[in-house]
Design a binder for this molecule. Structure first.
Ligand SMILES: *Cc1c(COP(=O)(O)O)cnc(C)c1O
Length: 468
């Protein structure tokens, strides 16, 4: 075969392959009704058909349809939807951190559906300050002269770093033991660099003395940053100076002293259940820190936000930063956070904020729920045992504190534990648990009691599912 003939032959095969790729319209018709916006469905179909062009052999029509259906399923399951959290991790970043309670949701709904006085002074009839009510009450809750909010704690930190290092002095002094990474892609050294600040590391990973800080203070020093270690702890040969001592040094050298508290509980966590004490903004500020930041949706149990609290002069200066405008919260967040703060100020937080009620649930309560669910599962081809679990706060909070909990340990007889877990994730609502010792476990502490029925129905459906 000469070259011409060979290329004719390949061109012929290529044309044949093209003809084997079904038309978009035909696929759409075969798919029938799909519960996704039509442009999204069309886009997926086009993408999958285009992908076929680079394949050696085009599958049969049904095979093509299957592939498209599974792409549509992947898109559909990425839509934000309620998930039953059986992981036992209360502040689960992948599952949306803190759920909001009914009072907060109601406030959110009202704010969302109507006009409001977001930046309007109803007494004077003129333009008013944004978040004035929230800032007033938030400062009280934090035992601070003043407070404000940004998008999240990372934004709050970025804002402070930018502002306090915007002058000639660019150095931020931080202990090597606090150069941490929190969750996916949030690294303290990187955020520092992104802000334009210059990192000045002091001490060693396990030991930092006050003299390390004082030796580092030079002409370039702008601020001292302390970062709550959050998701890990160090034991053994460790040392770090008292906050009061660092505060005194900062004052003497005229540096701003900031602490990133991460979660920052505003209640005494050790009184909620058998866990350690998480430093509160009020006590940290009292020790002489100029300003703290912490997340709104970790232990505080509110919406995503970054709370900034401390000296009035500093808060006012931060609010004048052009960056502040870019990092500000919207009306929905402000209204949810305002309501959350008021729940604390009126002493109703522990009964109404889901993160706190979950934390306080007794193992007896969980045990009796587990027994009821177990009975309801009896008919299924599965071994069900009530086990002991260890719930965690999560979100980088109190990594050492494990809260005794109760789990449903499920061992399906006709399918593997992994397949079973996949079926539950693919159900409606999806259920997320964890696999340990060959069993699928559901920690009931993070399952809302009214979800028990949904949970057992979801487990039933997992057995009814033929294909996963
Ligand atoms: C979680 C955490 C952050 C990030 O908070 P976001 O609100 O998610 O931006 C920052 N610092 C510390 C110490 C944290 O634990």
């Amino acid at each position: 075969m000469n070259n011409q003939a060979r290329s004719n032959k390949t061109a012929g095969a290529e044309n044949q392959r093209r003809r084997d790729i079904p038309a978009v319209e035909r696929v759409l018709q075969a798919l029938g009704e799909v519960d996704l916006p039509r442009p999204a469905v069309v886009a997926i179909v086009r993408r999958e058909l285009a992908a076929l062009r680079s394949e050696k052999k085009i599958p049969e029509f049904d095979g093509v349809l299957d592939r498209i259906r599974s792409s549509l399923h992947a898109l559909r399951s990425a839509r934000i939807q309620p998930v039953i959290n059986g992981t036992g991790i209360i502040v689960h970043t992948n599952l949306g951190r803190s759920p909001l309670g009914p009072t907060v949701v109601e406030a959110l709904q009202t704010a969302a559906a109507s006009y409001n006085n977001l930046e309007f002074d109803l007494t004077g009839g003129e333009r008013g300050g944004r978040a004035a009510y929230l800032e007033h009450n938030l400062a009280l809750l934090c035992g601070a002269e003043a407070a404000t909010v940004a998008n999240n704690c990372a934004a709050a930190l970025l804002l402070m770093l930018r502002h306090f290092t915007s002058g000639e002095q660019k150095e931020v002094i931080i202990s090597r033991g606090e150069l941490i990474q929190i969750g996916g892609g949030f690294r303290i050294p990187e955020i520092l660099e992104a802000s334009g600040a210059k990192l000045r590391e002091v001490g060693t990973t396990n030991k930092t003395a006050l003299s390390d800080y004082s030796k580092a203070v030079g002409k370039q020093a702008a601020m001292i940053l302390k970062v709550h270690r959050s998701n890990f702890f160090m034991g053994g040969f460790v040392e770090s100076p008292a906050t009061e001592d660092i505060a005194a040094l900062a004052k003497q050298k005229r540096l701003t002293f900031v602490e990133d508290l991460g979660s920052g509980a505003v209640v005494e966590t050790e009184k909620l259940t058998d866990i350690e004490h998480e430093p509160t903004p009020a006590e940290v500020l009292k020790r002489g820190v100029d300003m703290v930041c912490f997340s709104g949706d970790k232990l505080l149990g509110g919406p995503q936000a970054g709370i900034l609290a401390g000296k009035e002069k500093l808060v006012a200066a931060l609010k004048r930063e052009p960056f502040f405008r870019a990092l500000r919260c919207d009306k929905l967040i402000l209204s949810a956070l305002e309501t959350t703060v008021d729940l604390y100020l009126t002493g109703r937080a522990q009964e109404t904020i889901p993160a706190l009620t979950m934390l306080r649930a007794s193992t007896e309560e969980l045990q009796s729920r587990a027994e009821k669910i177990k009975v309801a599962l009896e008919a299924l081809p599965m071994k069900t045992v009530i086990g002991e679990g260890k719930s965690q706060i999560g979100g980088g909070t109190l990594p050492r504190s494990a809260i005794p909990s109760v789990t449903l340990d499920l061992q399906p007889l006709n399918i593997s534990v992994t397949d079973f877990a996949a079926r539950l994730r693919g159900g409606s609502p999806p259920v997320v648990g964890y696999v340990a010792a060959g069993r699928f476990k559901l920690d009931l502490r993070t399952v809302f009691p009214p979800q028990d029925e949904e949970l057992f129905r979801a487990i039933h459906s997992a057995f009814a599912t033929r294909t996963s």
